[in-house]
Every structure is written in structure tokens, then in C-alpha cells.
Ligand binder design. Structure first.
Ligand SMILES: *Cc1c(COP(=O)(O)O)cnc(C)c1O
Ligand SMILES: [Zn+2]
Length: 402
């Protein structure tokens, strides 16, 4: 393992990675895992990857696991990078791609964070954790926790997708439903971890899930033949995925694998767009968004603890931040299913909506290589799609019109 220490990106304080760590004890910022990049540069070669397993663990030089015996795996895969030929040509893109994270264990990219976060927690001797969630993260940490034998205490809004509740409950997690938002769940967890001295697995309050989500960035670059695409659009709630992708890009640049960085785009919903608002006013941090609500449940985060890292990634890559309407999300979700056979989640559909908007505005050039992150499968949200099927009696007939 090439981890050297944990570092506070805000005040620069340094912490020991061999001890369980939460936020920076000096300024309460999330911590980042730092590696000996010189050593990685010596040891890492693209050729070596040929003989490795086809999942995120193939990037072991960039991951924080000391002993491979501690790896908790549920059969992760390298998720497909699909070229959207038909939709792309309809909308005017020459090179539009979708990275389909719906194929991960548990049906969302949250399993990347959980795979690495739980493996490292096990390595550090954790027996029990608590976390607030909008659903998918809790479900992912619950299933990986079950395999690791680590107790999971999950607090989610009552309105979170039903299936994610079931995933937690069936895998033995202690599940609590709160009459409120993820921010309320967060306060309840904060009290519990204080009182019972268990691990706080809240978003970015432990440093290792970023490392798991970072592998989306590593995969994208490998899938493009170790080159950068031009634009990556990401549905941003807590922003961990975007922070992780940016971290992957910086680490790959530091060891000389890539030169140019793609422009990173944070996509949010119009009724919960704190990052977009902050970007538009050129701020370094966001302000709590009141009355947040959107059908894209995974991105209903009124104030992200890592907002300054998301904004930094956008500014440094000449990216942007875009808000889209719920009705457009639903429209693009069905357009993609009709043209490409892909039933993506509303969060993923938000990136498609935003990409088309940016193309029409000229911010994206039709010739550019554009990557959408579909963060989960549409199958996890069966109630989002409204349909009106025709009901037949057993002796009924169907009518086909030409
Ligand atoms: C959690 C989640 C997001 C947002 O993820 P962040 O990296 O925290 O911004 C997006 N889509 C889905 C499906 C999610 O579950
Ligand atoms: Zn600090």
C-alpha cells in the first residue's frame, strides 16, 4: 500500500492513516488520503493491469488497503462505457457516452464507496458504524457491512426509495426512518456516534469512500485508452463522486499518465441546487438550500460538507454547474430508454438533460467526447415512471395500428 497519510485540504493538517479518522480535528473539513505518488509512478504500469481482475481492485496502487485479505468484495465489475449512437445523433452529439453504474452490486455506484470504505474499516478493526443516507449509500454499506460482519445502523428519510429500505433490512442492518431530510438524519447519527463511540460513516466524515468512488475516474481514463475525454457530467448531491473523479485525474496526471483534464460538470435539480447557486455567484462554498425536493432522490442534499471540494474541481477544470427541472429529467429518462434500451435512474437522466442543454448553449461542442455518469439503475425506482397500460379481459384482443 502506498498511502502515506491523511491530509486536510482546507488547513493542511496531517493525520495518521493507521488510526480511524473522521473530520479534521482543527477545522472540521473532510480529510483526503494521500499516497506516495513517486513510488506509484515507479511501480504502476498499464501493462501490469492486463493480468489483474476486471474490477476496481485492479487499481490497487491507488487504493488504501494494506492487506488484500481484508478486501470485502461482492463481485464488483468494471462498469460499461456505452456509446449512445442513436440518441447522440438525434441530439447532435458525435461522441456521447454513458458509464452505466447501475451494474454495480446493489444497483448503484455507492457500492464503490462501500467496498473500499468497509474493507478499510475492517482493516482498522471497526465493529459497528452509523450513517445517514438518502437510500443507496445506506443500502450499499449495509450489504458490504453484512459480508464483513460489521454492524450497520442506518438512518434515512421516510420518503427514501422503498427498495433501499428493504436492502438494509434484509441484510440485517438496524434501520431507522426519520420524518425529515438527510440533514436531519445526519444530526441523529452525530448524536449516536458521540454517545456510543461507534464509527461515523456519514458522507465524507470518513476518508475512504472517496477512494472507492475515485475508481470511476480511473476506469473512465482506462476505457478511453488512457486518455481524457473532454467533458464529464455528474449528478451531484454530496458530490463525493465528482470529488473522487477529480482526485483520480490529479493522481493520474501526477504520475504522467494523462496531461489534460476533462471539464467537470456538476448537475443538480432545480429545487435543490446549492452547488449551482454557489457556482453562479463564484463562491467557494454553498449555502443550505431550503425546502429541497426532487424526484432524483439521490441528489437531494441541501448542503454538502464537501461543497468547497466540488466547487474547486469545477473551477480548476473550467467546468460548470447546471440545474435541471424534474419534468425534463423524466422526459429524458424515457427518451433514452426508447432510443437506447437503457432504463437509467433519474439522477443519471439529469446528466443527459444537462448535456443536451449545454450542447444547445454551445458550451459543449458537438465533436467533443462527453461522458454521462448514470449513477444507478432505473430498476431501483419503479414508481418514478408513470404508465397507463391497457387492461384486457382473458378473451380480449390487442389492436395494432399501422
Ligand atoms: C448518492 C447518489 C448520487 C449523488 O452522489 P454524490 O457522489 O454524493 O454526489 C447520485 N445518484 C445516485 C443514484 C445516488 O444514489
Ligand atoms: Zn483542517
Amino acid at each position: 500500500m502506498y498511502v502515506t497519510h491523511l491530509e486536510c485540504p482546507k488547513c493542511g493538517a496531517v493525520f495518521d492513516h493507521r488510526k480511524l479518522a473522521g473530520l479534521c480535528t482543527k477545522c472540521s473539513s473532510p480529510l483526503l488520503v494521500r499516497y506516495d505518488l513517486k513510488k506509484i509512478k515507479e511501480k504502476f504500469s498499464k501493462k501490469r493491469l492486463k493480468h489483474r481482475s476486471y474490477n476496481l481492485w485492479r487499481y490497487k496502487e491507488f487504493l488504501p488497503i494494506e492487506n488484500e485479505k481484508n478486501i470485502i468484495s461482492l463481485g464488483e465489475v468494471i462498469t460499461p462505457l456505452l456509446k449512445l449512437e442513436k440518441f447522440g445523433s438525434l441530439a447532435g452529439f458525435k461522441h456521447l457516452y454513458l458509464k452505466d453504474e447501475g451494474l454495480n452490486p446493489g444497483g448503484s455506484f455507492k457500492s464503490r464507496g462501500a467496498a473500499v470504505g468497509i474493507s478499510r474499516a475492517k482493516e482498522l478493526g471497526v465493529k459497528s458504524f452509523a450513517m445517514p443516507t438518502n437510500g443507496n449509500a445506506g443500502a450499499a454499506w449495509a450489504i458490504y457491512g453484512a459480508k464483513a460482519g460489521i454492524e450497520a445502523n442506518i438512518v434515512m428519510p421516510k420518503s427514501a426509495p422503498l427498495i433501499t429500505r428493504n436492502e438494509c433490512a434484509v441484510s440485517g442492518a438496524k434501520l431507522y426512518l426519520v420524518n425529515g431530510l438527510i440533514s436531519d438524519a445526519g444530526k441523529i447519527v452525530a448524536k449516536a456516534v458521540q454517545k456510543y463511540a461507534i464509527m461515523d460513516a456519514s458522507t465524507l466524515k470518513e476518508p475512504y469512500r472517496i477512494e472507492g468512488k475515485k475508481t470511476m475516474g480511473l476506469e473512465i481514463i482506462e476505457q478511453f485508452g488512457w486518455k481524457s475525454p473532454d467533458v464529464i457530467l455528474y449528478p451531484t448531491g454530496g458530490g463525493v463522486g465528482l470529488i473522487g473523479i477529480y482526485k483520480a485525474l490529479l493522481e493520474l496526471r501526477a504520475i504522467g499518465i494523462i496531461e489534460n483534464l476533462p471539464r467537470l460538470v456538476a448537475v443538480q435539480a432545480q429545487n435543490c441546487a446549492p452547488i449551482v447557486k454557489a457556482y453562479e455567484s463564484k463562491s467557494k462554498e454553498s449555502i443550505f438550500w431550503e425546502n429541497a425536493h426532487t424526484i432524483a432522490f439521490g441528489i437531494t442534499v441541501p448542503k454538502a460538507i464537501g461543497d468547497f471540494l466540488v466547487l474547486d474541481a469545477i473551477y480548476k477544470t473550467n467546468g460548470t454547474a447546471v440545474a435541471v427541472a424534474d419534468e425534463d429529467i423524466l422526459h429524458y429518462q424515457s427518451l433514452l430508454a426508447q432510443n437506447e434500451g437503457l432504463f437509467i435512474c433519474p439522477e443519471g437522466a439529469a446528466t443527459l438533460t444537462a448535456a443536451h442543454k449545454l450542447l444547445k448553449q454551445g458550451w459543449i461542442n458537438p465533436k467533443e467526447k462527453v461522458v454521462l455518469l448514470n449513477t444507478g439503475t432505473g430498476l431501483k425506482y419503479p414508481d418514478t415512471v408513470q404508465i397507463n397500460p391497457i387492461t384486457l379481459e382473458p378473451n380480449g384482443e390487442i389492436e395494432i395500428k399501422f
